[in-house]
Write a protein that binds this ligand. Structure first.
Ligand SMILES: Nc1nc2c(ncn2[C@@H]2O[C@H](COP(=O)(O)OP(=O)(O)OP(=O)(O)O)[C@@H](O)[C@H]2O)c(=O)[nH]1
Ligand SMILES: [Mg+2]
Length: 261
């Protein structure tokens, strides 16, 4: 079973998207912000697979604090994220990316769940053949830490491309729970090291002995080294990119921890 939730600031079209996926008018849709008050779970079955979709209330932040009336919607959204395998993070294509979206995206990222960025209201966007690339680039710049999240362009209103979401959700959920066999993992890490060995720091050289995947959701890799302090962020990121090239890991964060052997 796959549980996924739909989050985003008020009025981005979360309830409309839930309806479009379910193809029934269940959730209440309105152009008044804050229509949805509670997180609502709906179980359904599609092509032999079971899902639970969770609609949430829109979230908004003023200055440094979540607005009082919004505070409970944030808590409920966070609990929806915690219960979900995959998070659909919605952006309103009619209004474009706003500061608020960053706060919401941050919540999605912090929990270590699978994330799909959904650019909704695509029907309202004036576009030519370059628009999708341009907007994707903008999204990558604005949400750097979500670089692993695939981007979907949909219209909850017309239903355009909504049918691409469930297959993508399956793919991301599979990536979140993927287990890489230890020998294959070590081959990739050893190759990566040979191509680009870690640079010495103050005459000290990082040595990587052995890696193993210790958990899933998110995939977590433990790497045994001579000195964990020598394992710099940039080298971790390099290895993460190599792991993504080799295994995909679409839509899921990867955690890499170093331990002294
Ligand atoms: N043009 C267009 N309008 C949309 C689309 N999706 C939603 N809307 C409209 O946007 C407004 C808000 O939709 P909702 O689905 O209620 O938004 P929400 O994110 O659930 O809002 P809250 O629950 O209040 O946070 C409604 O007027 C919808 O008809 C879309 O893809 N295209
Ligand atoms: Mg709603």
């Amino acid at each position: 079973m796959t549980t996924f939730c739909v989050i985003g600031r008020p009025n981005v079209g979360k309830s409309s998207l839930v309806n479009a996926i379910l193809k029934e008018d269940r959730a209440i849709v309105s152009n008044v912000e804050g229509t949805t008050r509670d997180a609502v779970d709906t179980p359904f079955r599609y092509e032999g697979r079971d899902y639970v979709i969770i609609d949430t209330a829109g979230m908004r932040k003023r200055g440094k604090v979540w607005e009082n009336i919004e505070k409970y919607s944030v808590l409920r959204a966070v609990s929806a994220i915690e219960r979900a395998d995959v998070v659909l993070f919605l952006i309103d294509g009619e209004k474009g990316i706003r500061d608020q979206d960053k706060h919401v995206a941050g919540l999605a990222h912090d929990e270590g769940k699978g994330v799909i960025i959904v650019y909704n209201k695509w029907d309202t966007v004036e576009k030519d053949e370059r628009t999708m690339n341009e907007i994707s680039k903008k999204i990558r710049e604005e949400f750097k830490y979500l670089s692993y999240a695939p981007i979907a362009f949909v219209s909850a209103k017309t239903g355009a491309r909504v049918n691409t979401l469930l297959p993508l959700i399956d793919q991301v959920h599979d990536a979140c729970t993927m287990r890489v066999p230890t020998n294959v993992l070590n081959d990739v890490i050893m190759d990566a090291q040979m191509m680009n060995p870690p640079k010495p720091h103050n005459g000290k050289q990082l040595r990587i002995y052995y890696a193993s995947q210790v958990s899933v959701s998110p995939p977590t890799i433990l790497i045994f080294v001579n000195e964990p302090e020598l394992f710099h962020f940039s080298y971790k990121r390099y290895l993460e990119n190599k792991l993504r090239e080799a295994f995909g890991f679409i839509g899921t964060p990867i955690r890499i921890h170093a331990r002294k052997r």
